[in-house]
Ligand binder design. Structure first.
Ligand code: SAM
Length: 214
């Protein structure tokens, strides 16, 4: 009998982040087997940095769902005191092995169980493609958790693949966001400063690169 809790990729709605650890465990240190690995600063984050020069100067930065760790290293190079987390222990081990001299605090942690001490603790928060990697029922929780990491006067950069289609469990992953989900970050005392939208990765999608300020 079909189980509505499990999608065509075997992802269980009730254990939405459980598919990442086996994916990384079956991959390698060079990112072979990690479909989203750039093994460099994400090109849209790099483009954003080129247009919005940042100086960390000891300020704090948090990278959500950091994957192979390159974006955290880019922020460290700009002078930030960086924390970067991922739900996958293997991903975090890859980050530590790839960047043994880095002072980035690479941690295994779950965005669905945000650490209270991280509330409004980061001057710069980077979210690339994590919300869309989890089923629709978690969207408000994830958006709220990310928004709440941003310190007073802090900045949040969200990179997300967006379409106008309703988000449905059977359509993902990825579960593309809609423009309303990008707007939803503003319900957490953040203001949208700019959205630099690019042609998307899929048919009829747009990649939103959205900057928010508290
Ligand atoms: C689509 S990948 C994007 C990775 C990275 N941001 C990038 O652009 O290369 C989503 C990442 O989020 C991580 N992730 C998924 N659910 C998570 C959760 N609940 N808490 C923390 N990380 C999570 C995954 O392990 C994966 O590395």
């Amino acid at each position: 009998m079909a189980n509505d809790n499990i999608d065509k990729f075997g992802i269980d709605k009730d254990k939405p982040a459980d598919w990442f650890e086996p994916l990384y465990a079956n991959a390698d240190l060079n990112g072979e087997g990690v479909p989203w690995a750039n093994m460099d600063t994400h090109p849209l984050f790099q483009r954003w940095l080129d247009m919005n020069p940042l100086s960390g100067n000891g300020k704090t930065a948090l990278v959500v769902g950091c994957g192979m760790g390159d974006d955290a290293i880019a922020l460290e190079a700009l002078g930030f005191d960086v924390t970067a987390f991922d739900v996958s222990t293997t991903a975090i081990n890859y980050c530590k092995q790839r960047f043994p001299d880095s002072k980035v605090s690479f941690l295994q942690a779950d965005l669905l169980k945000p650490q209270p001490k991280w509330r409004q603790a980061f001057d710069f928060v980077l979210e690339i493609y994590t919300v869309q990697a989890l089923p629709p029922q978690y969207e408000s929780q994830l958006i709220g958790a990310i928004a709440n990491f941003v310190a007073p006067q802090g900045t949040l950069l969200v990179v997300a693949e967006v379409s106008d289609e309703e988000r449905r469990f059977e359509n993902g992953p990825p579960w593309l966001l809609t423009p309303q989900h990008i707007d939803a970050f503003q319900a957490h005392a953040l203001s949208l400063v700019s959205s630099d939208n690019q042609a998307g990765e899929f048919d009829q999608t747009t990649t939103f690169v959205s900057t928010f300020k508290r």
